[in-house]
Design a protein around this ligand. Structure first.
Ligand code: UD1
Ligand code: UDP
Length: 360
C-alpha cells in the first residue's frame, strides 16, 4: 500500500510525528512537505527534534494570499499524485496545505484521510474553519478526535461509515516529548526563569495578528499582569507588529521577554513549568490538558469546546475578561491537576494506522 502523508506547517509536523513513524513500519510511506512553513524555526527544527525522516519531497510552496498558496500547492500536488498514484493520502488539521491536499485527492479519486476531522468553531470568518469543513466533505476517512467532533460530522451529512472516533494524536505526542523535554531542555536556565513564576503568551491567528485594535487591547490587559511574560513571536505576528508600529510598545513593557519561536522541546518545557498560558493557538489548547496548566484563549470562539470552564476560558480581546480570568486562575488556585484530558487515551496514532491497515 502506497501511503502519502502531507504536511505544511509547524503544528502538522508535530501532530503527525507519531503516525509517520508507525506508518513507515507498516506501509510504503512517502512524506511530502508542502513548504507552507519554511523558516528553520517553523519547520526543520521540528523534523530534527522529533527524529522524523527527512521529507521525501518538498514542494516549496511558501507564503502568499490564500488563493496563491492553495493554488500553488494544488498544482504541485496534482502533478505529483498523477505521476506517483498513491493508494491513500493523509493530512492533519485545517491549514491551506490540508485543503489543497484534500481537493486534489477528491478530484483524482484518491481516498483522503483527515486527521482531526470534525472540529468546528462555527465561525466561517476563520480561514481554518472553511478549510476544515471543505476537507471533511471530501474525506474518505474522517478521524475525529472527540465525540463532539463526531456529532459535528454527522450533522454535516457525512456518512457513519467514514467516521472514526480515534482521539487526538497530540495526547501521545505531548506525553512522549514532555519526558524528553524534561531532561533535554535547558530553557528555564537560558531565560533565567523560575518554575511557576512566569506566563507564556502566543498569538498568531489572522483574526488577531492582523487586527490593530485587538493587539492594543491585549497590550492594555498585559500591563495588569505582574509576572514575567515570555512571548515567542510567530513570524506573521512580528511582521504585523512592525507594520502597526506596535513592536516597540511590547518592547517597552518591562515584564515581557520577546523571543523567537522555540523548538518543540523548549516550548513544551517552558509551558509545562509556567503559571498560566495566554494563547490563540489550537494545538496549545490541547497540550495544556496534558501538562495541566490553565489557558486564557484570546479568541471569541473555539473548535476545542471540550476545555472550556475546566482548563480554560474564552476571553476574546476584552481587557476585563482577560484580567478577571487571570485572577481566577492565579488567585483562586483553581485545581486542574486532576482533570483528565478530553482529547483521548494516547492511542490515536496507533488506532489511525490500524484503521488504514484494516481498510486497504
Ligand atoms: C498557518 C495556518 C494556521 C496555523 C498556523 C500555524 C492557514 C490559513 N493558516 O498560519 O491555521 O494555525 O499556520 O502556525 O493555513 N512566515 C515566515 N516563515 C515561515 C512561515 C511564514 O516568515 O516559515 C511568515 C510570512 O511572512 C507569511 C506569514 O508568516 O506571510 C503567514 O504565514 P502563513 O503560512 O500564510 O500563515 P500562518 O499565519 O503561519
Ligand atoms: N509551538 C512550538 N514553539 C513555539 C510555539 C508553539 O513548538 O514557539 C508548538 C506548540 O507546542 C504546538 C504547536 O506549535 O504543538 C502549535 O502551533 P501554532 O500555535 O502555530 O498553530 P495552531 O495549533 O494554532 O494551528
Amino acid at each position: 500500500m502506497k501511503l502519502y502523508i502531507t504536511f505544511g506547517t509547524r503544528p502538522e509536523i508535530i501532530k503527525l510525528s507519531k503516525i509517520i513513524k508507525l506508518s513507515k513500519k507498516k506501509f510504503e510511506t512517502t512524506i511530502v512537505h508542502i513548504g507552507q512553513h519554511y523558516s528553520k524555526n517553523m519547520s526543520d527544527i521540528f523534523i530534527e527534534e522529533l527524529n522524523l525522516p527527512k521529507p521525501d519531497i518538498n514542494l516549496g510552496v511558501g507564503s502568499g494570499t490564500h488563493a496563491e498558496q492553495t493554488a500553488k500547492a494544488m498544482l504541485k500536488l496534482e502533478k505529483l499524485f498523477i505521476e506517483d498514484k498513491p493508494d491513500v493520502v493523509m493530512a492533519q488539521g485545517d491549514t491551506n496545505s490540508v485543503l489543497a491536499t484534500a481537493i486534489v485527492c477528491a478530484k483524482l479519486h484518491i481516498p483522503f484521510a483527515h486527521v482531526e476531522a470534525g472540529i468546528r468553531s462555527f465561525d466561517r470568518k476563520m480561514p481554518e474553519e472553511i478549510n476544515r469543513v471543505l476537507a471533511d466533505q471530501v474525506s474518505e476517512y474522517c478521524f475525529a478526535p472527540t465525540e463532539i467532533a463526531v456529532k459535528n460530522l454527522k450533522r454535516e451529512g457525512i456518512s457513519d461509515n467514514k467516521i472514526y472516533l480515534t482521539g487526538n494524536p497530540i495526547v501521545e505526542v505531548t506525553r512522549e516529548n514532555l519526558k524528553i523535554a524534561e531532561s533535554k531542555s535547558k530553557i528555564l536556565e537560558e531565560l533565567n526563569l523560575n518554575e511557576e513564576e512566569y506566563i507564556v503568551l502566543t498569538m498568531h491567528r489572522a483574526e488577531n495578528a492582523d487586527n490593530k485594535e485587538r493587539i492594543l487591547n491585549l497590550l492594555k490587559a498585559i500591563k495588569h499582569i505582574k509576572e514575567t511574560i515570555v512571548y515567542p513571536i510567530h513570524p506573521r505576528t512580528k511582521k504585523r507588529l512592525k507594520e502597526f508600529g506596535l513592536l516597540k510598545e511590547f518592547e517597552k513593557l518591562n515584564n515581557i521577554m520577546l523571543i523567537e519561536p522555540l523548538g518543540y522541546l523548549d516550548f513544551l518545557k517552558l509551558c509545562s513549568k509556567s503559571k498560566l498560558i495566554i494563547s490563540d493557538s489550537g494545538g496549545i489548547q490541547e497540550e495544556v490538558t496534558i501538562y495541566k496548566k490553565p489557558i486564557l484563549v484570546i479568541r471569541d470562539s473555539t473548535e476545542r469546546p471540550e476545555i472550556l470552564g475546566k482548563f480554560g476560558f474564552l476571553v476574546g480581546y476584552d481587557v476585563n475578561k482577560i484580567i478577571g480570568k487571570y485572577k481566577y486562575f492565579t488567585e483562586n488556585h483553581a485545581d486542574i491537576k486532576n482533570l483528565e484530558t478530553p482529547f483521548g487515551d494516547g492511542k490515536a496514532s496507533e488506532r489511525i494506522v490500524k484503521i488504514l491497515e484494516g481498510c486497504l
